[in-house]
Design a protein around this ligand. Structure first.
Ligand code: PLP
Length: 452
């Protein structure tokens, strides 16, 4: 292992590629994490950072949890890999059964995977094969939303609703349709809630009719959208979507990569919003980052099409070498134990309420917060030059990015975009830890405002 100083050497760093980052810029001012504990990180220079975004919506139970680590050490001594083509393994079978038990409704079949993109891709492939072997082979299209993010692999990226993420890789696979998202602050239909009667949800019906219901396999949605600045739906939104999907026999897929495992104050956003999808995708917080882990969970109706007496090609034609890895499944089980036995869901709700109140108080102080929105421990702030008229800042100012960069320089990591920033600390966070994070945020906003 090179010494920490040489890790910062551009000649050493040039062999590394980060996610969605231009490396020529990164090497000039690299951040290299060295260790972490609870809601804290330290980099290789010894500098401390507060983890205001749970890694990236991942570290639900915080970093370096001794009970999770102990469980992993024990599993390391027994079995680190088993071939998913030949057999199951004890941690994966037990964890799948536990997830099925906890998942809402009849979501009883679990495919363990390693990443969120695999989970959403699995869900969309499952939907297509389900319809093929249920006598409706014409149902193949997937509808998703603008601003949605479903992953980086080809199918998941094609379902993703941000053109700039897709353009470098065009032409894309066929059969994907996008509709406007729910965004009450900047309504894509220029309507106002509640008079709109959630037109953005009802619009799905028009699109299904236009495409032809006999061609649509599934609608995929993040119950709370991240891109766009934590887009929290009004209470009627997801129930309306559910009704429309039922009416046209379209499978509803929840991408709960961010909202799952307690982030919204319940184990699943499906519970927070009282809507059960046909397929539910989990990742990120599922293992809290202790090992790569994701899951796709589906209903009894779907599973019935893959069950029954042995027939050629009826099995779900899908798999990954690391699917159901015993170390990852052990991490999932230990994390779930932590979330439930320490009642982190109650803490997420209580600390989330506190965080929301504090952000709203900051809104009055600075006058550049257009909207503060969130649920559980998932909060976003939409920035506006003039909140009264909802006028954004000039794009070139990149105010949200500058606030994020100031915060990072002062030792706080948040998610940031030109027009918004988000906070989603680990579910173990305390009030005093939130206070410390918010005081850095406060200073960062004041500094950027003084420069504008
Ligand atoms: N879906 C959502 C909502 C996500 O936020 C992400 C990742 O950020 C993904 C899917 C893809 O997950 P992964 O990066 O683990 O492939």
């Amino acid at each position: 292992m090179p010494e920490p100083a040489s890790l910062h050497d551009p000649e050493v760093l040039k062999h590394t590629v980060l996610d969605f980052r231009q490396m020529s810029t990164f090497v000039k001012e690299p951040l290299i994490f060295e260790r972490a504990e609870g809601v804290h990180y330290w980099d290789t220079t010894g500098k401390h950072y507060w983890d205001g975004i749970s890694g990236i919506f991942v570290a639900a139970v915080g970093h370096r949890n001794p009970r999770v680590i102990e469980a992993l050490k024990k599993q390391m001594e027994r079995l680190t890999f088993a071939p998913p083509l030949h057999g199951g393994n004890a941690p994966a079978v037990a964890f799948s059964a536990r997830l099925a038990d906890l998942a809402p409704g009849d979501l009883n079949t679990v495919k363990l995977l390693s990443s969120g993109s695999e989970a959403t891709e699995t869900a969309m492939k499952l939907a297509r094969q389900f319809w093929k072997q249920s006598g409706v082979p014409t149902k193949f299209k997937v509808i998703s939303r603008h601003y949605g993010y479903h992953g980086a692999t080809l199918g998941a990226m094609t379902a993703t609703g941000t053109p700039k993420r897709r353009q470098p890789f065009e032409p894309l696979p066929a059969g994907f349709v996008h509709i406007p998202t729910v965004h009450c602050y900047h309504c894509p239909f220029e309507r106002g809630y509640p008079e709109c009667d959630v037109f953005c949800a009802r619009y799905l019906e028009q699109i299904i009719q236009m495409e032809g219901p006999e061609t649509v396999s599934a609608f995929i949605v993040e119950p709370v959208g991240n891109t766009g600045g934590i887009l929290v739906p009004p209470p009627e939104y997801l129930p309306t979507i559910r009704e429309i999907c039922d009416r046209y026999d379209v499978l509803l897929i929840f991408d709960e990569m961010i909202t799952g495992m307690g982030r919204t104050g319940r184990l699943f956003a499906a519970e927070t919003y009282g809507v059960t999808p046909d397929i539910l995708c989990l990742g990120k917080g599922l293992s809290s980052g202790y090992a790569p882990l994701a899951a796709t969970i589906w209903s009894d109706r779907i599973q019935a099409a893959f069950w029954g007496p042995e027939q050629p090609d009826i099995a779900f034609g899908h798999g990954h070498t690391f699917a159901g890895n015993p170390i990852s499944a052990t991490a999932g089980m230990a994390v779930l134990d932590e979330v439930l036995s320490h009642d982190l869901l109650t803490n997420a709700r209580a600390m989330g309420d506190y965080l929301g109140q504090r952000l709203r108080a900051m809104r009055d102080r600075y006058g550049i917060f257009g909207e503060v929105r969130g649920v559980g421990l998932l909060w976003g702030v939409e920035l506006a030059r003039d909140p009264a008229t909802r006028t954004p800042f000039a794009p070139a100012l990149r105010v949200g990015k500058r606030i994020g960069a100031e915060a990072q320089a002062r030792g706080l990591i948040i998610r940031h975009d030109p027009d918004w920033f988000a906070l989603a600390p680990p579910l173990i966070v305390t009030q005093s830890e939130l206070d410390a994070m918010l005081s850095i945020l406060d200073e960062s906003i004041a500094t950027v405002l003084a420069e504008l």
